[in-house]
Design a protein. Structure first.
Length: 445
């Protein structure tokens, strides 16, 4: 405890590297653009630069889906997911701008004008090499973008969204080839073409290694099976899983896996659930609230059911800690990673505090375990539930300071629904906790 040295996130260097790559793409375009003499040339070059940037960002979109440990466990899975969503939006916008501007420029060269873009697009698909593949890839990207829009995303099943999202790989593959066959930047510069192959080849290797080969190795080695399913409270169950040499999986309290239970109706569904207890050499446990078809089906799992796991993921671990005193804040089913941290974070009596927010006392899952841990460790356990008339508890800066007068000297680990997390974050900042010491991970998928 005297030598707490938090593991720094590589997020800032990675963002700098991202912008450096974008600058390199712009430089590549600039060195291949001798002059912009007229309006048609301006439109064509605008199409070229948007296409190059779209190609670069498309590689980053796939990289952010590769589940590279340096990203998933150091930056944080939720943060990488936000990067992926943002990069995807920019990519789709750039692809559509590239398509419109390029076809407009070609239409002007052919004397068709702005109204001839549709016909020019058809002609280009039929005549130019690999443009037909790129058109299919563009269509897939637009489809993925549409189903990822918030209101639509919330109305479709998670499994449908997840599997359609995997078409990003196909869209990237189909769009790649026309970049080399029709791009002026690559036609006369073998070095540029080699660099582009290296970029996409490296990303492809990472996807194959971490999304295919690593999970196969993990599951062949550890042979996970369901040991038991225990109902904790109405609508919340814990699934206990056994396997071989589980202590060698590298899992830490606060992390999660993506679980696929090989039972009828669940074989093609992979969902993320946090560990709700510290990993044991022969046991892993998750605790899940029934809020959808997959989570509701967990209560019917039979002992002996094979389990396919991918992970561990997430950066909400003890490595983020920078102070001796720690406040853990959980909202609803966000208690699962907090319970594991409550059990395992090093600390003397009085160093650890857990605040658990739920609608009612009946919704306080794992409460008996938490109380036992608090008693054994000399930790403080608090809960915040609605009053009998439904009034929500006050979790404000003043309230937090009254409960923990030295809260500004704490590290805070937090997990819960986005609205709750935002409310608590603002209260913590108002109570004087620096942003760098508020560690949170959103489980909204």
């Amino acid at each position: 405890m005297r030598r707490i040295r938090p593991r720094r996130s590589p997020a800032v260097p990675l963002v700098v590297a991202l912008w450096a790559g974008a600058a390199g793409v712009i430089w590549l375009w600039w060195t291949n653009t001798p002059s912009i003499a007229d309006n048609n040339t301006r439109i064509l070059n605008a199409g070229r630069i948007t296409g190059l940037l779209a190609g670069y960002l498309m590689a980053l979109v796939v990289l952010q889906m590769a589940r590279v440990p340096a990203l998933e466990r150091r930056v944080g899975s939720d943060r990488v997911a936000r990067w992926h969503a943002m990069t995807g939006r920019y990519t789709i916008c750039l692809v559509l701008a590239h398509l419109f501007l390029t076809m407009w420029a070609y239409a002007l060269q052919s004397g068709k004008g702005l109204g001839g873009i549709v016909q020019q697009t058809i002609d280009s698909v039929n005549q130019l090499p690999d443009v037909g593949k790129a058109a299919i890839g563009t269509g897939l990207l637009v489809l993925i973008g549409l189903i990822s829009i918030g209101p639509i995303r919330r109305r479709i099943p998670y499994d449908l969204w997840y599997h359609v999202h995997l078409l990003t790989y196909a869209a990237t593959y189909l769009s790649f080839w026309h970049q080399l066959s029709t791009g002026n930047e690559f036609a006369g510069q073998p070095e540029a073409k080699t660099a582009w192959y290296a970029l996409y080849g490296s990303v492809t290797a990472l996807v194959i290694w971490y999304r295919i080969l690593t999970p196969i190795r993990l599951n062949m080695r550890h042979r996970l099976r369901v040991e038991a399913v225990i109902e904790e409270t109405p609508g919340i169950v814990s699934v206990l899983m056994t396997g071989r040499k589980l202590h060698r999986m590298g899992a830490e309290a606060g992390q999660f896996f993506r679980w696929r239970f090989l039972a009828p109706g669940m074989r093609f569904s992979s969902h993320p659930y946090s560990l709700s207890a510290a990993p044991r050499p022969n046991m892993l446990r998750i605790t899940v609230k029934a809020i959808g078809d997959h989570s509701s089906a967990l209560r019917d799992l039979e002992p002996g059911t094979r389990v396919w796991a991918e992970g561990p993921y997430g950066a909400l671990t003890a490595d983020r800690r920078s102070r001796g005193k720690v406040l853990l804040v959980a909202g609803g089913v966000g208690i699962t990673p907090m319970r594991a941290l409550f059990e395992t974070l090093p600390g003397a009596a009085g160093d650890l505090t857990l605040l658990y927010r739920a609608n009612t006392t009946q919704d306080l899952a794992l409460w008996d375990e938490l109380a036992q841990i608090a008693e054994e460790r000399g930790a403080r356990l608090m809960y915040a539930v609605n009053s009998p008339d439904g009034e929500r508890p006050d979790i404000s800066a003043d309230t937090l300071r009254r409960k923990l007068p030295d809260i500004d000297e704490h590290d805070v680990f937090m997990c819960g629904p986005p609205g709750f997390a935002q409310q608590v974050y603002e209260a913590l900042r108002g109570a004087g906790v620096p942003a760098r010491r508020i560690h949170h991970e959103s489980f909204e998928m």
